[in-house]
Design a protein around this ligand. Sequence first.
Ligand code: SF4
Length: 412
Amino acid sequence: MPPIEPAIQAQIDQILARVHDGGRISYDEAMTLYQHADLLDLAEAANARRQQVVPGDVVTYLVDRNINYTNVCVTDCQFCNFYALPGDKEKGYVNSKLILGNKIKEALELGATRILMQGGHNPDLPYEYYTDLVSWIHKTFPTIEINAFSPSEIQYMSEMGNKTWRETLTELKACGMSGLPGGGGEILDDEIRHRVTPKKIMTDDWFGVMKVAHELGLVTTATMVIGFREELRNRMNHLQRLRDEQDDSLKRFGNGFNAFISWTVQIEGTPLGRSKFASEYGATSTEYLRHTAIARIFLDNIPHMSASWPTQGAKVGQMALHFGCDDFGSTMIEENVVSAAGAITKASPVMLPHEIHRQIREAGFTPAQRNTNYEVLKTFAQTDAEAELQSIQDIEKAASAQGNWAGVTLIE
Ligand code: SF4
């Protein structure tokens, strides 16, 4: 970075001092930090913010499984290498209840407390497919938390069933769904969405679905993907909409996004990867860390921030814990979307709990398993080493019996 002019440095110092004092910063102030602040000063401020919101040295993680019920999709997102068009008998699939049930059973045996279920916009699936599926999972596996269907899928199935978002979410909740992921957010600024996801949910509707979800008391998260050749103002527009929505939802319903996670776009095998601008897509690890810090500082009303090890790798994931993140994400067990587009852990993005513990400890924090609501289920202090070993051996025994995690090589 070029040397900073004294007047700008003075401005940066003033903004950072306010962050350290617990104050809110404006859009323009965040832009000043984003453009000019020293990376390590940002890390320090992001950690101060983290301590204001989530004090202590505990870093949480979730044991869960990502499950895709279908990859058939008509939306043609320019960064997606996961989907198959309707009629593609070679690549397209809709997983049967038998397959989905086996995946959930395996996950439960591995200690999972949640499934995260998402899929494409499949025109062959009627509205009733979704309510029936959630209802069946909830009745068959009553202990597993079901987080499912991004706002984009909610919008699509609502159209299929001629329902309002409220009707759809109310019915899914009644069937046993406890929350929905913030997937499909990418950059929540239509200027970018019109270019890379023109057929997908637009910004106002993404927030509209989430507003109803918050009113209905569902658990939600917010996501963000950077590296679409967007400008900083597009990123800040996304963060500003998120913060405004959170303020409003917390004030009106006492419920809002419980976490934010961002990562960098993966474009291998995608239309973006084949475009003439291919080399300009994506973002460096430094950019990811800078963005993580800015998000933590600016989004002062969203309590938790997760590091994204599946896309950034474990080492950068560890560094993100020093840029304001208080959560290391989840074991995943299975992930098929960003892996298909070249994420760093592309072969099998899985991390066993003991490996997550090691990563968190090496970064200087104390690992703890949580549930979807970020309630700590168990803290793994060093003194618990014996109990931890026993619990790890139990999990690995189950994993080996399932043959599911066996032979997985972690890429750091
Ligand atoms: S990202 Fe999702 S909505 Fe977009 S093409 Fe892929 S499966 Fe479809």
